[in-house]
Design a protein around this ligand. Structure first.
Ligand code: ATP
Length: 360
């Protein structure tokens, strides 16, 4: 059975240092939640509080509404996969997976059936007799997943489970982990500082910085509507257009920055004269052809560019917004980029989103 998890005002202090500050989160049953944030933002501390290895200074952890904060880790019965796999090297794959069942004193016949089921789940049925060192890194990590899931845990906790793997293998395992989550239908809580992993794996992402929950939501929601500069910058790349509200329009407002006017549709309309920061993703701008129009147009000069295979990344120097990063698909780029080339950038008024500037 799948379970719902709730964190209520969770804080953790080490002396005068606050590692986690009043974090509240609801995780629906069967969800895949990722805690995402830079190093030191408190992700692992939160996961360890959920697991029961770290005692919160304040707040509560609930499983299906029941307060589990006072329970020791072994009474929580959560599955865990941490970085660096840590399989028992002298045990076969099947013995590794059977280990949590032995600890729980399950009979041999039931145990074997469970181990078979768990190895099937991670598509390693043929590898039961091997030793961990006879497996690739990705296979070892799948064994660790099978071992964490074999006793039907209420929650699966994952701490950077893929970080020790190379990039290609990591991408493969990401797909597998996602499919595995669908197959087992349990609640997963994952920790990572890799934003692409968070976007591709999770159905909810919670973004942390300095121990605080900054924003949470579905991946697309966070990417398309970041609330703050930090979120826009941490989740993908973004340009920031700074200006002052000059006009209110039927469908939004216009900001001015120097001689440039930019129209914004969507988001809360600030007062006239208020300073505004717009986040604009590099892929949401295009290079305009001669005579081509767009709702927003800014001229600039290509300062530098790079070829990335699927796309070009351009740094375009503009008079009123400084350097803007623009990405273009290579296959239909309107021009061959060249340093010093004068270009016109165009974008739709709904391509950008107003964000709050983070406190310094
Ligand atoms: P990373 O991605 O680097 O693992 P994280 O987001 O998981 O980082 P945490 O490990 O939760 O961060 O640490 C949050 C902060 O709490 C860090 O500044 C860390 O130094 C501090 N911290 C963690 N454990 C302790 C401890 N036992 N005593 C003192 N400070 C601690």
């Amino acid at each position: 059975m799948s379970h719902a998890l709730a964190l209520e005002g969770l804080s953790k202090r080490y002396g005068s240092f606050t590692a986690v500050e009043r974090v509240s989160l609801d995780v629906e049953q069967g969800a895949f939640l990722t805690l995402l944030g830079p190093s030191g933002s408190g992700k692992t501390t939160i996961l360890m509080c959920i697991a029961g290895f770290v005692e919160p200074s304040e707040g509560a952890i609930r499983l299906d509404g029941r307060d589990i904060t006072p329970l020791p880790p072994e009474r929580r019965d959560f599955g865990m996969v941490f970085q660096g796999y840590a399989l028992f090297p002298h045990m076969t794959v099947a013995e590794n997976v059977a280990f949590p069942l032995r600890v729980r004193k399950m009979g041999a016949a039931a145990r074997e059936a469970k181990v078979r089921g768990a190895l099937d789940l991670v598509q390693l049925s043929a590898f039961g007799d091997r030793l961990p060192r006879q497996l690739s890194g990705g296979q070892q990590q799948r064994v660790a997943l099978a071992r964490a899931l074999v006793f039907d845990p209420a929650l699966l906790l994952l701490d950077e489970p893929l970080s020790a793997l190379d990039k290609k293998l990591r991408a493969e395992l990401q797909d597998e982990l996602k499919a595995l989550h669908r197959r087992v239908g349990r609640t997963f809580v994952n920790v990572t500082h890799d934003q692409e992993e968070a976007l591709s794996l999770s159905d909810r992402v919670a973004i942390l910085n300095h121990g605080k929950l900054i924003q949470q939501g579905a991946p697309a929601e966070l990417y398309e509507r970041p609330a703050t500069r930090f979120v826009a910058d941490f989740l993908g790349k973004s340009n920031f257009l700074q200006g002052v509200v000059r006009e209110h329009l039927p469908e939004g407002f216009a900001i001015g920055a120097g001689a440039t006017r930019v129209v914004q549709r969507g988001g809360v309309v600030p007062a006239l004269g208020a300073p505004v920061l717009l986040s604009l993703r590099p892929e949401k701008m295009s290079l305009l052809a001669e005579g081509e129009a767009a709702e927003n147009v800014v001229g600039g000069t290509i300062a530098s560019w790079s070829y990335l295979g699927a796309g070009y990344a351009l740094n375009v120097e503009t008079p009123d917004f400084g350097m803007l990063r623009v990405t273009l698909p290579t296959w239909n780029a309107p021009i061959a980029p060249r340093e010093g080339l004068a270009v016109r950038l165009g974008w739709s008024a709904s391509a950008s989103v107003p964000v709050l500037d983070d406190p310094a």
